[in-house]
Design a protein around this ligand. Structure first.
Ligand SMILES: Cc1cc2nc3c(=O)[nH]c(=O)nc-3n(C[C@H](O)[C@H](O)[C@H](O)COP(=O)(O)OP(=O)(O)OC[C@H]3O[C@@H](n4cnc5c(N)ncnc54)[C@H](O)[C@@H]3O)c2cc1C
Length: 448
């Protein structure tokens, strides 16, 4: 079997590694236009900030690929002919496949703002973007970041690490208003303020203004304000990369490449996984296009089994995401919408100094099954929270065992007693909950 994979991101590479394990005899070719070797996209910001060197964000040494007989082709796949089972490459060569995985990821999504083509205006998705940002932000004093999501904050943090003054334009009334409840958004605001980032809420980009040399010199906001800047970061989302898919006659696409629960497209032996795939039948409450590192890895692993003749349905399990807002770590497990939901109660505790918060959503009706967690500034173990979510564990039971989920009590502060006291005052009608501390924890706490 010759498996050809287009894209060396987390989805493509995980598929290749899994197929290599399941089918030691398979020939596997990975084609990618962006870089010769796989790297961790989520760590791009740390290269800019000088915390990591470019070679540090490659999870594998260069010898890993030949050692595992994974053939790498650094080129663009320009056309797909499913009848002939061939992929045309920018090098002029064509690859014949028995099985084909499309793992082409995403591209930045921009509106058609006037001035978008000016030098110093860009998004951040890939290595060429990082190179461009490195070049065009050298020596600048002011930047504007458009978009109030995860990449927007990353861009602000990157720029602040070089002491560039940053103004963020955010369409919503609060930070990441479609995802974070107001309390969590306020904590992010405190981080932005602490790091001297100016934020304009309820504000959109109207126009980008250039100077005589074609470089950006200012933006005009929807409020009519002209904000001087030498660089504009567009962090207004990503969309599946369909450039190759669109060359394939008959391949069904919508927002992404349409796949069934086995991650098969409508064309024989052609599969899609990761950011570029759109699930035809997402489970209730799940999104059809998942644009996350860990879902890319899960999809890559799942599709590998199907490719090897051991069909496995993609089953993501409870939602999970994590990020960092400057100094504030964020994790979310399960379902925590941005606003109140009928039949769902929400417990929220925040440390008085604003450095940590915990939200637990649970069903108002008995037995008060937990539905989701938001953690800021404290870490709860993924596997423990997932177990509680899958089992529909009552909230009192979760609170009693909260210590079991604390990521590492040696390094993360003991918030459990404080959270429990907050729960008692917010939900006085609930039966008293006794905190069950982990073995040895009490003695360590008393010793402090
Ligand atoms: C700056 C940034 C930070 C992020 N941080 C987080 C985070 O903290 N947590 C999280 O969960 N997610 C994060 N994400 C999202 C996450 O990185 C993506 O969901 C994930 O990388 C998608 O993996 P993928 O394998 O589907 O695609 P990609 O990683 O996009 O890889 C696809 C590859 O295919 C190549 N390709 C496309 N078309 C062709 C073609 N025709 N021929 C050859 N090659 C082609 C592309 O060049 C690309 O290299 C972040 C994304 C960005 C941009």
């Amino acid at each position: 079997m010759h498996l050809v994979i287009i894209g060396n991101g987390i989805a493509g590479v995980t598929c290749a590694q899994t197929v290599r394990r399941l089918r030691p005899d398979a020939r596997i070719t990975i084609v990618s236009e962006e870089s010769a070797h796989h790297y961790s996209r989520t760590a791009l910001m740390y290269v800019y900030m000088g915390h990591l060197r470019p070679q540090d964000i490659k999870p594998h040494e260069d010898w890993y690929w030949p050692e595992n007989r994974l053939e790498l082709v650094h080129a663009t796949a320009t056309a797909l002919d499913a009848d002939q089972r061939t992929v045309q490459l920018s090098t002029g060569h064509a690859l014949r496949y028995d099985k084909l995985l499309l793992a082409t990821g995403s591209v930045s999504r921009f509106a058609n703002w006037p001035g978008r083509e000016l030098e110093g205006v860009q998004g951040l998705y890939n290595l060429p973007d990082l190179d461009r940002m490195e070049r065009t932000t050298r020596g600048i004093q002011q930047a504007v970041v458009v978009g109030g999501g995860l990449i927007g904050v990353e861009l602000a943090e990157m720029l602040r690490s070089r002491r560039v003054a940053v103004t963020m334009l955010v369409r919503d009334a609060r930070y990441w208003g479609s995802v974070l409840p107001p309390e969590e958004a306020r904590l992010v605001d405190q981080q932005l303020e602490h790091h001297h980032v100016t934020v304009r809420y309820d504000t959109e980009l109207r126009e980008i203004l250039g100077d005589a040399t074609g470089k950006v010199r200012a933006v005009v906001s929807s409020a009519g304000e002209e904000i001087p800047c030498q660089w504009v970061g567009l962090a207004t989302g990503v969309t599946p990369n369909l450039a190759l898919a669109r060359t394939a006659p008959g391949l069904e696409t919508d927002r992404g490449i349409l796949v069934n629960e086995f991650l098969q497209t409508n064309l024989p032996d052609v599969y899609a996984a990761g950011d570029c795939a759109q699930h035809l039948l997402p489970a209730a409450g799940e999104v059809p296009v998942e644009q996350l590192w860990y879902t890319g890895r899960m999809q890559g692993e799942t599709v590998a089994h199907t490719i090897c003749g051991q069909p496995v349905k993609y089953n993501r399990g409870p939602w999970f995401n994590s990020a960092k807002f400057f100094d504030l770590e964020y994790q979310t497990y399960g379902r925590v919408p941005a606003g109140p939901e009928a039949g769902v109660s929400s417990f929220y505790w925040e440390h008085p100094n604003g450095t940590a918060a915990l939200r637990i959503n649970f069903q108002t009706a008995v037995p008060h099954a937990v539905q989701g967690f938001n953690n800021l500034g404290l870490r709860l173990r993924h596997e423990v929270c997932e177990k509680w979510l899958r089992a529909g564990t009552p909230v009192q039971e979760v609170l009693a065992q909260l210590g079991a989920a604390n990521f590492d009590p040696e390094f993360f502060p003991q918030f459990e007693p404080l959270a429990l006291a907050a729960f008692r005052s917010q939900f006085p009608d609930f039966a008293p909950v006794q905190l069950r501390l982990r073995k040895g924890l009490l003695s360590r706490l008393l010793a402090r």
